[in-house]
Design a protein around this ligand. Structure first.
Ligand SMILES: C[S@@+](CC[C@H](N)C(=O)[O-])C[C@H]1O[C@@H](n2cnc3c(N)ncnc32)[C@H](O)[C@@H]1O
Length: 277
């Protein structure tokens, strides 16, 4: 899909990302924990480089640029013009390992040929597509472009993510937040406030079984379901722990040891379902 705006949601998702600093998200607060754990999971499950990887909903390109450094040919697709521009800049800043392509596009309809990729990252589209049919369309597109045996890494926002945030950040003192939270808990349909980006934007918050069933329906074989941050976010002085190499490894090791524990998955802001085409 070349040029122009890509219609996603009612326009509020595009406005949200044009208005906030997504490029800085992975370096602030709990962002570095998410980035460390996601790199660990991606590194474990993508077929070894070299190979072709599509980062669909790749945002400003943090993961895509890291993957090119590992030796993959990476194509980034995102509907937000600002992200596409930022990803191009990030790619230009590492001339030895540039992204193979960066384009505006939508997970539900990819330009790539059938069976042309070894790995697809869907780390964003599945929570911004609020209708199940649209999420299935995105998963089917990932399946179409993957070679047999290729891997898809799908990331969801947990159904209970806003409950955990509400409690740890005291957002529950705001009645506006509590109305949003009640709906999140009821049906997973998250809606932010108009003209205020503080409580995120239009999204669907998954239970693990929702995403696992959709992945199977799209024709994949599920390899596993993993907590991303797990219970790590409740660690005191998270920044300090991640900055100290010994404490960081201890924290990552503890999270890894419970990453598949179903009874703890609800504590993790995000979880990942990994599947093979
Ligand atoms: C929170 S960001 C995540 C960026 C990056 N993948 C990461 O994990 O850090 C969600 C991304 O999904 C993208 N997105 C939303 N709807 C999409 C769709 N229908 N198709 C592709 N990408 C979409 C957004 O533009 C945004 O860049």
């Amino acid at each position: 899909m070349a040029g122009g705006q890509v219609p996603v949601g009612g326009g509020e998702i595009l406005s949200y990302y044009e208005g906030i600093d997504e490029a800085g998200r992975l370096v602030r607060g709990a962002g570095p924990l998410e980035f460390a754990r996601m790199r660990e999971l991606i590194g474990r499950f993508l077929p070894a480089p070299p190979g072709v990887v599509l980062d669909v909903g790749g945002g400003p390109g943090r993961y895509a640029c890291w993957l090119t450094e590992l030796g993959y040919e990476v194509h980034l697709i995102d509907p937000v013009a600002k992200h596409v521009e930022q990803a191009r800049e990030a790619s230009g800043a590492q001339p030895e390992h540039p992204l193979a392509s960066v384009m505006l596009g939508d997970a539900r309809s990819l330009d790539q040929a059938d069976e042309s990729a070894d790995g697809v990252l869907l780390m964003g589209p599945l929570y911004h597509l609020t209708e199940r049919d649209d999420r299935l369309a995105a998963l089917r597109e990932a399946h179409r472009v993957l070679r047999p045996g290729g891997m898809v890494i799908t990331k969801a926002i947990n159904r209970f993510a806003s409950l955990m945030d509400g409690l740890t950040e005291s957002y529950i003192d705001d009645p506006n937040f509590v109305s949003i939270l009640r709906r999140d808990l009821e049906d997973g349909q998250h809606r932010g406030l108009p003209d205020d980006f503080g409580y995120f934007t239009t999204a669907f918050f998954h239970r693990p079984e929702d995403l696992e069933a959709a992945v199977l329906e799209a024709g994949f074989e599920r390899m596993g379901t993993y907590a991303v941050q797990g219970p790590g976010r409740v660690a005191r002085d998270l920044d300090g722990r991640l900055a100290d190499p010994v404490k960081r490894e201890q924290l990552l090791d503890l999270i890894r040891s419970v990453e598949e524990e179903r009874s703890l998955l609800g504590m993790s802001a995000h979880f990942v379902v990994v599947a093979r085409a």
